[in-house]
Design a binder for this molecule. Sequence first.
Ligand code: NZQ
Ligand code: ZN
Length: 386
Amino acid sequence: MKNFIYKNPTKIIFGEGQIAKLSDEIPTDAKILMLYGGGSIKKNGIYDQVMEALGSRTLVEFGGVPANPEYEVLMEAVELISKEKLDYILAVGGGSVIDGAKFIAAAVNYKGEEPWDILAKGEEIHEAVPFSTVLTLPATGSEMNSGAVISRRSTKDKHSFGSPLLYPQCSILDPTVIHSLPKRQLANGVVDSFNHVLEQYLTYPTDAILQDHFAESILQTLVEVGEKVIENPKDYKMASNFMWSCTMALNGLIAQGVPTDWGVHGIGHELTALYGIDHARTLAIVGPRYYEHTFESKKVKLAQYAERVWNIGEGSLEDKAKQAINKTESFYHSLGVDTRLSDYTDDYEGTAETIEKRFSERGWEGIGENKSVTPNDVKEIIKATY
Ligand code: NZQ
Ligand code: ZN
């Protein structure tokens, strides 16, 4: 196992009816920016629960954070915080709203030229406005990690960033919030969290026995609950296990001591930036083809995944590894998620070359756990998704 330092300071309050606990977590004298998305929280009762918990605290609302949160919109909230002298952010939403809160928290006191540099140039941040979250969509793990992904419409860019200063102080995880989620978003949550585990697991073997078992147990749970939670989000047993799996998939725990490969996400972000395809669906498109292309370096872990998650006991190591990729793709199909770029757009010709060029221009010469996936490989992987 590799050496590691692990600290995750986010307090999780989990369970039905727990949104009321916000009143114990947010200082009574906090001047709050309450951030939310397109308005689902006003229809499903979450907004009312949050308002009741916050009582008479000073609060300014900022709604309208779009899916794949946009820099231009978030900068309006940055201005609002400065104008109203607010000192706390409460994000009520899914990954997009929570990521938006992280960017706002980082941008308010940013001393550099323009806050976009935090994303485009990876500029470090030195302070952040404290924030907490009420999660409404299990998927990204953003509620218990310190990363965020922000888009810029004008340049069709989508970049990630992170800082130890950007862990939420507290996140409320009430599994009943998923009652109002459309099936499409439930399926996205299963596929996104599944891929988070795969990206931290499908590399090469190390002697991190416990990490492998952690990862496999999250994958097994998602396979067990995935279809059922989409079918009936009101089943609390399914909803609670689904929600906790999503959080555990990307809160740092399973990444400690092991190599990771965020290549599927890196390529997937380009498909969202270019075509607006839902984040999770880009992973379903790229993942199977990425694992086929990197088969030689990943086949030992792929075969282990085949045996332990898909119960494939027969065949050579290569056979098992190939079956694991097929099983993964079939799993996405069983959730109603398509896995070809051409399922999402007719305008896919040239996509591979465009993304190859973008990777080269950014100097992303080698991605993957061995830094061996070149822009040319990326082009081949994308062509294979057509
Ligand atoms: O905007 P509203 O009206 O709230 O509707 C949202 C949105 O349309 C709706 N929704 C959320 N909760 C709901 C609900 N509808 C009904 N009932 C509820 N309880 O769902 C739609 C999608 O929401 P969004 O927040 O965009 O989805 P998700 O949580 O999948 O977040 C995706 C974003 O997170 C980033 C992605 O790249 C993407 O930008 N990611 C963030 C990560 C992180 N910070 O660690 C890691 C991930 O890999 C991912 O990249
Ligand atoms: Zn993801």
